[in-house]
Design a protein around this ligand. Structure first.
Ligand SMILES: O=P(O)(O)OC[C@H]1O[C@H](O[C@H]2O[C@H](CO)[C@@H](O)[C@H](O)[C@H]2O)[C@H](O)[C@@H](O)[C@@H]1O
Length: 269
Protein backbone atom coordinates (compact mmCIF):
# COMPACT_ATOMS: atom_id res chain seq x y z
CA UNK A 1 0.00 0.00 0.00
CA UNK A 2 1.19 3.50 -0.71
CA UNK A 3 2.40 5.23 2.42
CA UNK A 4 4.34 8.35 3.28
CA UNK A 5 5.62 10.45 0.48
CA UNK A 6 8.85 11.08 -1.33
CA UNK A 7 12.00 11.93 0.59
CA UNK A 8 10.70 13.78 3.64
CA UNK A 9 11.24 12.29 7.09
CA UNK A 10 8.40 12.35 9.58
CA UNK A 11 10.44 13.38 12.61
CA UNK A 12 8.07 15.44 14.72
CA UNK A 13 9.69 15.75 18.12
CA UNK A 14 8.20 19.12 19.09
CA UNK A 15 4.55 20.15 18.87
CA UNK A 16 3.63 21.73 15.56
CA UNK A 17 2.70 25.42 15.75
CA UNK A 18 -0.50 26.87 14.32
CA UNK A 19 -0.01 28.63 11.00
CA UNK A 20 -0.08 32.44 10.87
CA UNK A 21 -2.87 34.10 8.93
CA UNK A 22 -2.30 33.85 5.16
CA UNK A 23 0.08 36.38 3.59
CA UNK A 24 -0.65 37.96 0.24
CA UNK A 25 2.21 36.07 -1.44
CA UNK A 26 0.87 32.63 -0.52
CA UNK A 27 -0.55 30.03 -2.87
CA UNK A 28 -3.12 28.12 -0.82
CA UNK A 29 -4.22 24.53 -1.39
CA UNK A 30 -7.05 22.90 0.55
CA UNK A 31 -8.00 19.28 0.95
CA UNK A 32 -11.74 18.73 1.55
CA UNK A 33 -12.94 15.81 3.68
CA UNK A 34 -11.53 15.97 7.20
CA UNK A 35 -10.11 19.43 6.42
CA UNK A 36 -12.61 21.97 5.06
CA UNK A 37 -15.48 19.66 6.01
CA UNK A 38 -16.18 17.36 8.92
CA UNK A 39 -16.43 13.69 8.08
CA UNK A 40 -19.89 12.23 7.58
CA UNK A 41 -21.03 8.62 7.50
CA UNK A 42 -21.53 8.77 3.73
CA UNK A 43 -19.68 10.94 1.15
CA UNK A 44 -22.91 12.64 0.06
CA UNK A 45 -23.94 13.43 3.67
CA UNK A 46 -21.32 16.09 4.26
CA UNK A 47 -22.55 19.47 5.48
CA UNK A 48 -21.06 22.68 4.09
CA UNK A 49 -21.34 25.21 6.91
CA UNK A 50 -22.86 28.62 6.24
CA UNK A 51 -20.23 31.15 5.24
CA UNK A 52 -17.48 28.71 4.28
CA UNK A 53 -17.75 29.17 0.51
CA UNK A 54 -18.00 32.94 0.89
CA UNK A 55 -14.87 33.04 3.05
CA UNK A 56 -12.94 30.79 0.64
CA UNK A 57 -13.91 33.06 -2.26
CA UNK A 58 -12.79 36.13 -0.33
CA UNK A 59 -9.47 34.47 0.45
CA UNK A 60 -9.02 33.48 -3.20
CA UNK A 61 -9.57 37.08 -4.22
CA UNK A 62 -7.11 38.33 -1.58
CA UNK A 63 -4.52 35.94 -3.09
CA UNK A 64 -5.24 37.10 -6.66
CA UNK A 65 -6.76 33.71 -7.43
CA UNK A 66 -3.92 31.59 -6.05
CA UNK A 67 -6.18 29.16 -4.19
CA UNK A 68 -7.08 25.64 -5.31
CA UNK A 69 -9.01 22.66 -3.96
CA UNK A 70 -6.96 19.44 -4.11
CA UNK A 71 -9.15 16.47 -3.29
CA UNK A 72 -9.64 12.75 -3.58
CA UNK A 73 -13.15 13.50 -4.80
CA UNK A 74 -13.95 13.91 -8.48
CA UNK A 75 -14.22 17.54 -9.62
CA UNK A 76 -17.91 17.02 -10.52
CA UNK A 77 -18.54 15.87 -6.95
CA UNK A 78 -16.64 18.90 -5.61
CA UNK A 79 -18.82 21.18 -7.73
CA UNK A 80 -21.98 19.56 -6.35
CA UNK A 81 -20.71 20.03 -2.82
CA UNK A 82 -19.43 23.60 -3.34
CA UNK A 83 -21.63 25.19 -6.02
CA UNK A 84 -20.19 28.64 -5.31
CA UNK A 85 -16.62 27.47 -5.95
CA UNK A 86 -17.17 25.96 -9.40
CA UNK A 87 -14.82 28.40 -11.08
CA UNK A 88 -11.91 27.86 -8.70
CA UNK A 89 -8.89 25.83 -9.80
CA UNK A 90 -9.16 22.25 -8.59
CA UNK A 91 -7.47 18.86 -8.75
CA UNK A 92 -9.75 15.85 -8.34
CA UNK A 93 -9.19 12.13 -7.73
CA UNK A 94 -5.89 12.93 -5.95
CA UNK A 95 -4.59 14.78 -9.04
CA UNK A 96 -5.85 12.54 -11.86
CA UNK A 97 -8.07 15.34 -13.15
CA UNK A 98 -7.63 19.11 -13.08
CA UNK A 99 -9.34 22.45 -13.59
CA UNK A 100 -6.99 25.37 -14.24
CA UNK A 101 -7.50 29.04 -13.39
CA UNK A 102 -9.37 29.83 -16.63
CA UNK A 103 -11.48 26.69 -16.46
CA UNK A 104 -9.51 24.39 -18.81
CA UNK A 105 -10.10 20.79 -17.74
CA UNK A 106 -7.78 17.78 -17.84
CA UNK A 107 -9.75 14.58 -17.51
CA UNK A 108 -8.80 11.36 -15.76
CA UNK A 109 -7.62 8.47 -17.96
CA UNK A 110 -10.22 5.97 -19.17
CA UNK A 111 -10.69 3.01 -16.84
CA UNK A 112 -9.31 -0.36 -17.95
CA UNK A 113 -11.90 -2.91 -19.14
CA UNK A 114 -11.27 -5.05 -16.05
CA UNK A 115 -12.59 -2.32 -13.75
CA UNK A 116 -16.23 -3.30 -14.37
CA UNK A 117 -15.49 -6.83 -13.17
CA UNK A 118 -13.58 -5.48 -10.17
CA UNK A 119 -16.47 -3.13 -9.35
CA UNK A 120 -18.96 -6.01 -9.38
CA UNK A 121 -16.68 -8.05 -7.10
CA UNK A 122 -16.15 -5.09 -4.76
CA UNK A 123 -19.93 -4.64 -4.47
CA UNK A 124 -20.20 -8.34 -3.68
CA UNK A 125 -17.64 -7.99 -0.85
CA UNK A 126 -19.42 -4.85 0.36
CA UNK A 127 -22.79 -6.65 0.47
CA UNK A 128 -21.41 -8.97 3.15
CA UNK A 129 -20.51 -5.97 5.35
CA UNK A 130 -23.53 -3.81 6.22
CA UNK A 131 -22.90 -0.08 6.15
CA UNK A 132 -19.99 -0.24 3.72
CA UNK A 133 -19.96 1.56 0.40
CA UNK A 134 -18.19 1.18 -2.94
CA UNK A 135 -17.64 4.49 -4.76
CA UNK A 136 -16.67 4.56 -8.43
CA UNK A 137 -14.77 7.67 -9.57
CA UNK A 138 -13.56 7.42 -13.16
CA UNK A 139 -10.72 4.87 -13.11
CA UNK A 140 -10.67 4.84 -9.28
CA UNK A 141 -12.62 2.60 -6.95
CA UNK A 142 -12.99 3.61 -3.30
CA UNK A 143 -14.21 1.19 -0.64
CA UNK A 144 -15.55 2.89 2.50
CA UNK A 145 -16.21 1.37 5.93
CA UNK A 146 -16.84 4.47 8.13
CA UNK A 147 -20.50 3.50 8.60
CA UNK A 148 -19.92 -0.27 8.76
CA UNK A 149 -21.56 -2.12 11.61
CA UNK A 150 -18.29 -4.04 12.11
CA UNK A 151 -15.63 -1.64 10.77
CA UNK A 152 -12.53 -3.75 11.47
CA UNK A 153 -13.97 -6.81 9.76
CA UNK A 154 -15.01 -4.71 6.78
CA UNK A 155 -11.59 -3.04 6.59
CA UNK A 156 -9.82 -6.42 6.62
CA UNK A 157 -12.15 -7.78 3.93
CA UNK A 158 -11.54 -4.77 1.68
CA UNK A 159 -7.79 -4.92 2.29
CA UNK A 160 -7.65 -8.58 1.31
CA UNK A 161 -9.86 -7.94 -1.71
CA UNK A 162 -7.79 -4.96 -2.88
CA UNK A 163 -4.48 -6.81 -2.52
CA UNK A 164 -5.81 -9.81 -4.46
CA UNK A 165 -7.33 -7.58 -7.12
CA UNK A 166 -4.05 -5.96 -8.13
CA UNK A 167 -3.54 -9.11 -10.22
CA UNK A 168 -6.39 -7.93 -12.49
CA UNK A 169 -5.22 -4.31 -12.49
CA UNK A 170 -1.45 -4.56 -12.89
CA UNK A 171 -0.87 -0.79 -13.22
CA UNK A 172 -2.86 0.04 -10.12
CA UNK A 173 -1.88 0.74 -6.51
CA UNK A 174 -3.87 0.51 -3.30
CA UNK A 175 -4.14 3.95 -1.72
CA UNK A 176 -4.98 4.09 1.99
CA UNK A 177 -7.19 6.82 3.43
CA UNK A 178 -9.40 7.63 6.42
CA UNK A 179 -11.68 4.57 6.74
CA UNK A 180 -11.34 4.04 3.01
CA UNK A 181 -9.15 2.11 0.57
CA UNK A 182 -8.83 3.17 -3.01
CA UNK A 183 -7.71 1.26 -6.09
CA UNK A 184 -6.15 3.82 -8.42
CA UNK A 185 -3.77 3.92 -11.35
CA UNK A 186 -0.19 4.06 -10.04
CA UNK A 187 3.17 4.36 -11.72
CA UNK A 188 3.59 7.76 -13.31
CA UNK A 189 0.04 8.95 -12.62
CA UNK A 190 -0.22 12.14 -10.59
CA UNK A 191 -0.72 12.34 -6.83
CA UNK A 192 -1.62 15.41 -4.75
CA UNK A 193 2.04 16.46 -4.68
CA UNK A 194 2.20 16.44 -8.48
CA UNK A 195 -1.06 18.39 -8.56
CA UNK A 196 0.44 21.12 -6.39
CA UNK A 197 3.69 21.17 -8.40
CA UNK A 198 1.72 21.59 -11.63
CA UNK A 199 -0.30 24.50 -10.22
CA UNK A 200 2.94 26.14 -9.05
CA UNK A 201 4.30 26.19 -12.61
CA UNK A 202 1.78 28.80 -13.84
CA UNK A 203 0.16 32.06 -12.78
CA UNK A 204 -1.37 32.95 -10.43
CA UNK A 205 0.39 30.27 -8.34
CA UNK A 206 3.94 30.55 -9.73
CA UNK A 207 6.47 32.37 -7.55
CA UNK A 208 4.31 32.23 -4.41
CA UNK A 209 4.89 30.48 -1.08
CA UNK A 210 2.94 27.20 -1.30
CA UNK A 211 0.75 26.25 1.65
CA UNK A 212 -1.11 22.95 1.79
CA UNK A 213 -3.77 22.19 4.41
CA UNK A 214 -4.92 18.58 4.71
CA UNK A 215 -5.53 15.68 7.04
CA UNK A 216 -5.12 12.40 5.23
CA UNK A 217 -2.35 10.04 4.12
CA UNK A 218 -2.78 11.16 0.51
CA UNK A 219 -1.98 14.73 1.61
CA UNK A 220 1.54 13.67 2.61
CA UNK A 221 2.62 13.87 -1.04
CA UNK A 222 1.60 17.51 -1.09
CA UNK A 223 3.16 18.23 2.32
CA UNK A 224 6.51 16.98 0.99
CA UNK A 225 6.27 19.22 -2.06
CA UNK A 226 5.56 22.37 -0.06
CA UNK A 227 8.27 21.49 2.49
CA UNK A 228 10.81 21.13 -0.33
CA UNK A 229 9.82 24.57 -1.58
CA UNK A 230 10.00 26.35 1.75
CA UNK A 231 6.22 26.51 2.12
CA UNK A 232 3.90 25.56 4.96
CA UNK A 233 2.50 22.06 5.38
CA UNK A 234 -0.49 22.15 7.74
CA UNK A 235 -1.75 18.90 9.24
CA UNK A 236 -5.38 18.90 10.33
CA UNK A 237 -6.04 16.54 13.23
CA UNK A 238 -3.79 14.08 14.99
CA UNK A 239 -2.82 11.49 12.38
CA UNK A 240 0.80 10.36 12.74
CA UNK A 241 3.36 10.02 11.35
CA UNK A 242 3.30 13.06 9.12
CA UNK A 243 5.90 15.26 7.46
CA UNK A 244 3.69 18.32 8.10
CA UNK A 245 5.29 21.13 10.12
CA UNK A 246 2.21 23.13 11.16
CA UNK A 247 -1.05 22.13 12.74
CA UNK A 248 -4.74 22.90 13.03
CA UNK A 249 -6.80 20.78 15.40
CA UNK A 250 -9.81 19.93 13.26
CA UNK A 251 -12.00 21.14 10.35
CA UNK A 252 -13.74 23.66 12.61
CA UNK A 253 -10.33 25.21 13.32
CA UNK A 254 -9.56 25.29 9.59
CA UNK A 255 -12.83 27.08 8.92
CA UNK A 256 -12.23 29.54 11.78
CA UNK A 257 -8.73 30.27 10.38
CA UNK A 258 -10.20 30.90 6.92
CA UNK A 259 -12.93 33.12 8.37
CA UNK A 260 -10.36 35.14 10.34
CA UNK A 261 -8.22 35.53 7.21
CA UNK A 262 -11.21 36.62 5.13
CA UNK A 263 -12.21 39.17 7.78
CA UNK A 264 -8.66 40.45 8.02
CA UNK A 265 -8.76 41.73 4.45
CA UNK A 266 -5.30 43.03 4.57
CA UNK A 267 -3.61 39.78 5.37
CA UNK A 268 0.02 40.16 6.22
CA UNK A 269 2.12 41.78 3.54
O1 LIG B 1 -8.87 14.27 -0.39
P1 LIG B 1 -10.18 14.56 0.25
O2 LIG B 1 -10.82 15.79 -0.28
O3 LIG B 1 -10.11 14.57 1.74
O4 LIG B 1 -11.13 13.34 -0.16
C1 LIG B 1 -10.87 12.05 0.40
C2 LIG B 1 -12.06 11.16 0.20
O5 LIG B 1 -13.18 11.88 0.71
C3 LIG B 1 -14.43 11.21 0.66
O6 LIG B 1 -14.42 10.15 1.59
C4 LIG B 1 -14.15 10.58 2.92
O7 LIG B 1 -15.17 11.50 3.35
C5 LIG B 1 -16.51 10.94 3.45
C6 LIG B 1 -17.43 12.07 3.87
O8 LIG B 1 -17.04 12.62 5.10
C7 LIG B 1 -16.51 9.79 4.45
O9 LIG B 1 -17.81 9.22 4.50
C8 LIG B 1 -15.46 8.74 4.03
O10 LIG B 1 -15.35 7.76 5.06
C9 LIG B 1 -14.09 9.40 3.86
O11 LIG B 1 -13.13 8.44 3.38
C10 LIG B 1 -14.73 10.75 -0.74
O12 LIG B 1 -15.88 9.93 -0.74
C11 LIG B 1 -13.58 10.00 -1.37
O13 LIG B 1 -13.86 9.78 -2.75
C12 LIG B 1 -12.31 10.86 -1.27
O14 LIG B 1 -11.20 10.15 -1.81
Amino acid sequence: MEGLARTDTPDQTTPRPQPPLPARDWALFFDVDGCLLDFAAHPSDVIVPEGLQRHVLKLASMLDGALAIVSGRAIDALDETFPELQHLPAAGMHGLERREIHGQRTHAPKPPAALDTVLAEAIHVSSAHPGTLVERKGPNLAMHWRAATMPELARDAFRAFAAATLRLLPDYVVQGGDMVLELRPGGATPDKGDAVETFLMSPPFAGRVPVFVGDDLTDEHAFSVVNERGGLSVLVGAREPSVARWHLADPASVRAWIARAAAHDGASA
